[in-house]
Design a protein around this ligand. Structure first.
Ligand SMILES: Cc1cc2nc3c(=O)[nH]c(=O)nc-3n(C[C@H](O)[C@H](O)[C@H](O)COP(=O)(O)O)c2cc1C
Length: 114
């Protein structure tokens, strides 16, 4: 069976940006447009497994539609983090597979540069 990805329904998204697209920034973006998918900053599996889940996952209801971007290299932890994101009500779970950011690399996201 061929692997195909359905076309995204979003014509415009605001990219995930570490240290920028936190819930306050996204709220501002949502005031500017109602027709855009908003991404979180990349949240590492380590932050969710060992840090404050509320701090990393809470968002304002007004932000919808909002996608949670995850970074990590352990499949079991990524699966657990994705389920957490679903439970918290995110509209989409996105896996960081190639962000050039050094911090993403430090978090050993799957395809981050070595
Ligand atoms: C400050 C900053 C932080 C970023 N953080 C992330 C991130 O957490 N995850 C990610 O996938 N991309 C991250 N990126 C990359 C952006 O999401 C985007 O892919 C990049 O800016 C290229 O966008 P463009 O193709 O529209 O120019 C970041 C970019 C910038 C400038």
């Amino acid at each position: 069976m061929p692997l195909t990805t359905p076309p995204s329904p979003w014509r415009l998204s605001v990219a995930p940006m570490m240290d920028w697209t936190d819930r306050h920034c996204r709220f501002l973006h949502r005031l500017l447009t109602q027709h855009t998918l908003l991404y979180t900053e990349m949240v590492t599996t380590g932050a969710l497994m060992h840090g404050s889940v509320q701090r990393h996952l809470r968002f304002n209801a007004e932000e919808h539609p909002v996608a949670l971007q995850l970074g990590g290299s352990e499949p079991d932890e990524l699966a657990k983090a994705a389920r957490m994101g679903e439970e918290w009500g995110y509209d989409e779970i996105n896996l960081n597979c190639g962000c050039p950011s050094e911090r993403a690399g430090a978090a050993r996201a799957p395809s981050a540069p070595a």
